[in-house]
Design a protein around this ligand. Structure first.
Ligand code: GLA
Length: 375
């Protein structure tokens, strides 16, 4: 059923605004958004839709198609006090960060796979932010909406994420990756056309546990901030590889490894842009592999399922593969020849079964559009 009809069925009257926002895959540039680096994500075609209408009694009511259509009720005072549980906090956080002072009825229909590292949370936040921006004529720019939704997640939900997921969900363009400078949120759209070379980017959801709130993410972020402090710079963005290597003794082993990942990954993103512009997919594949090795060995955010997916894809002929997103589970990507798709996924399925891992899921998606008001 269409979301307008679902809203009408749930609340008994039609919505005022419907918006949608996509999940994402990050081609390259992992764990460097919070170090003010460059990242190169693209939006996938799976979106979260959000239909909303104003209420004049200060109540906030939410229905989710994925949560049995139950009505969850709160109010503006509870949101000002940062109350709320589980997934509803993502919604309350956006209302709080955008300083909305009206009651609302909200219907959510989320089609971005949950827990797969494809940013279903950013899709939820950005679909609501886009709808609110339109309904209340707030005229916020996309970078402003990105900062507000990130603030919702950092300060209301309590997840110390960077700015990448919200930015790509809001700013994506079909057919392009987004080169995002996380220092000032300036962007360049970079054409991604794997199909013209009979290539495909396979997304492998390992179905392994993925929880940024477990502390591993925050610890990585802290290490990067410690290194910046030691070098008296604002972030790793200001650190060159030469300087890092020359002053290695200033850092603990762990600090050096974390910084080495950050600084080398920023360089790889710029090289990946050059490779895409030159349509040199062999070079791009190598960069994906280097990124994975760095995340596995220096940053230590991979896990056995992700490593197995990557290694098996490479053994089955992929040009390159790597884990994506926060890590500790979630998805990997593999750049493969279209004709190998069946063989690669079968090999990964078999390897997972042999190792006693949960069966993986496979997706693929062309780079898709960012958030929009639908009606
Ligand atoms: C998560 C965070 C992002 C980013 C990635 C790692 O997806 O939400 O901000 O840090 O991890 O690149």
């Amino acid at each position: 059923m269409d979301i307008r009809e679902l809203f009408t069925k749930g609340f008994g009257y039609p919505p005022e605004v419907v918006a949608s926002a996509p999940g994402r895959v990050n081609l390259i540039g992992e764990h460097i958004d919070y170090s003010e680096g460059f990242v190169l994500p693209f939006a996938i075609d799976a979106v979260t839709k959000c239909a909303i209408a104003k209420r004049d009694d200060g109540k906030i009511r939410i229905i989710s198609a994925q949560k049995k259509n139950e009505i969850i009720e709160s109010n503006l005072e509870a949101i000002a006090a940062k109350e709320g549980s589980a997934w509803s906090r993502y919604i309350y956080g956006v209302i709080w960060a955008m300083e909305i002072d009206s009651g609302l009825d909200i219907y959510i229909d989320g089609k971005v796979p949950l827990g797969a590292g494809l940013s279903s949370s950013a899709a939820l936040e950005c679909s609501l932010a886009t709808a609110l921006n339109h309904l209340f004529h707030l005229e916020k720019t996309l970078p402003e909406l990105a900062r507000l939704t990130q603030r919702a997640e950092n300060e209301y939900v309590g997840v110390p994420c960077g700015i990448m997921d919200q930015s790509i969900s809001l700013m994506a363009r079909a057919g392009y990756g987004l080169l995002l400078d996380c220092q000032d949120l300036s962007t360049r759209h970079i054409k991604i056309d794997f199909a013209s070379r009979s290539l495909r980017l396979l997304i492998i959801d390992t179905q392994a546990h993925h929880a940024l709130t477990d502390g591993g993410y925050a610890k990585r972020r802290e290490s990067c901030e410690e290194v910046a402090k030691i070098f008296s710079i604002a972030s790793l963005r200001q650190l060159s590889m030469e300087s890092l290597l020359a002053h290695k003794t200033k850092l603990s082993d762990i600090q050096f490894k974390r910084a080495h990942h950050g600084v080398s990954e920023m360089l790889r993103v710029l090289d990946a842009v050059k490779a895409l512009e030159a349509e040199d997919f062999e070079a791009l594949g190598q960069l994906l592999n280097q990124s994975h090795n760095s995340l596995r060995d220096d940053y230590e955010v991979s896990c056995p399922e992700l490593d197995l997916a990557v290694d098996t894809a490479l053994r089955s002929g992929a040009l390159g593969a790597r884990m994506v997103g926060g890590g500790f589970g979630g998805s990997a990507i593999a750049l493969i020849n279209e004709s190998d798709a069946g063989a690669v996924s079968l090999a990964i399925e078999k390897a997972f079964a042999k190792n006693g891992f949960k069966a993986p899921r496979f997706f693929d998606s062309l780079p898709s559009d960012g958030a929009k008001v639908i009606s």
